[in-house]
Each structure stands twice: as structure tokens, then as C-alpha cells.
Design a protein around this ligand. Sequence first.
Ligand SMILES: C[S@@+](CC[C@H](N)C(=O)[O-])C[C@H]1O[C@@H](n2cnc3c(N)ncnc32)[C@H](O)[C@@H]1O
Length: 235
Amino acid sequence: METEERIMRVREVRRRLVREGPSRTRPPGLDFETVALPERDCDLLRDLLIAEGTETVVEVGLAYASSALAIGEALITVEPSHPRHVVIDPFQESIWSNVGWDLLLRAGLGSIATLMLAPSSIALAQLAAEGLIADAAFVDGSHRFHEVFVDLYFLRKIVRPGGLIVLDDNWAPSVRTAAGYYEHNLGWIAIPDAFASGTPWTIGTGLTAEAVPRCRAFRLPDPSFEPPFEEFRPF
Ligand SMILES: C[S@@+](CC[C@H](N)C(=O)[O-])C[C@H]1O[C@@H](n2cnc3c(N)ncnc32)[C@H](O)[C@@H]1O
């Protein structure tokens, strides 16, 4: 199948998912709207990955595959020699009845995607031990502070220096705090423009209320470095 046809096939699956919703949801019925990455943010994620010319992407949290389809579209558009999309979700089969994985297959992305049915803390450690090198990662899994922190710990070893790590739910204190450590201590550079036109979320209340984009992208330092522990910066 020609590249253009493959892209159109992914776009059609994405369009139908937005228009009609998934074929099955975790109850209650509005779950898709709350859980899935909105189309606008998916498009920004796709465009960012295309602009980067990404070949290998690691994703944490599949659910309805809204973001995964956008990542797949980016990889097909870039057309690298060995596109690879590693998706991690321990609950895709049990809680989500494989709805996201089935959508990836329907979109023709089965040949580039691999699903790991394990918690990200285990799967990412395994990928790091295997020596996987990725150009980018998208993190939308567990939103508990300690689990996001561990995801970022391993992704820092997997994503190449100068690569990208994008986080969803940048409004959540747990996610912002985990990312704050890497930003303040390990030289991760936020890319404010990447999701500036994405879905806004309000953080804080009253006079401290502030609208922030739902997703936040970071570029890893190149070269990577390990700071002396005495130079720890509280964040
Ligand atoms: C907000 S949803 C992801 C939505 C997805 N990005 C989309 O656009 O449809 C969060 C996902 O993270 C998964 N998850 C929860 N804990 C996880 C863990 N420890 N490791 C990996 N994934 C996890 C859940 O099963 C769920 O599918």
C-alpha cells in the first residue's frame, strides 16, 4: 500500500473515533471524552513528531488509542526505514477489552506497533535493559506522582539525548511535580510553543489561577549528564 493510502487509512480511523466514539467503553458512557487525548492535542502531537522526523516512539497508556493513532500517523508520514511504536498498558486487555489495540490494527498500524501488557515501571525497565533507543516518548499512563517519576526516570535512559518527552495532563500537580524534578535538575527544556494552541486547563484558584496547555513537551539535553548529588535543586 502506498504511503498516502496508509495515511488516509489512519486518518479515517481517527475521524471515526472522534465522530462516533469507540465501539466499546469502560463504564460510564462518557469515559471516552474524559480519558482520550482530544483531537486538537493529537494533531499537535502528530505534527511535533513529524517535524522531529521521529522513527521510534514509546507511549505509556493506550486506553482508546486516540494519541496512539496520532503517533502512528506521524510515523507513517515520516516514513523512516524502521518505524517503531512501543505502547505500554497493563490494563488494555482486562479493563479496556483491547479497544485501543483493535483500533491500531484497523488503522493498519499493527506492523509498526508493539503492545506490552505490563505496568510501565516494569516495561520501561525491560526496554532500557534491552538497550532500546527512542526519539520520543508520550506519557499518559498512571498519574500517580511516584509512577510518573519512575516513567520519566527510565524514559531518560531510553529517549536519546536531544529527543522529546511529551506529557499529558500537565495540569495535574502529581504530573507537574514529577516533571519539575527533571526540568530543574536534569536540564530538560520545556518547549512552550509545541502545545500552545492545544486544549487549555486552569490550574490554581482565585488570583493564582492560570491557564496552561494540557500537554507539555520537553527536549532532553544533548549531551546527557549526571549531576553531583550535592547540586540537588529543590523544585
Ligand atoms: C488517560 S488513559 C490514556 C488515554 C490515551 N492516551 C488515549 O488518548 O486514548 C491512561 C491509560 O494508562 C493506563 N495505565 C494505568 N496505569 C498504568 C501503568 N502503571 N503503566 C502503564 N499504563 C498505565 C490505563 O490503563 C489507561 O489506559
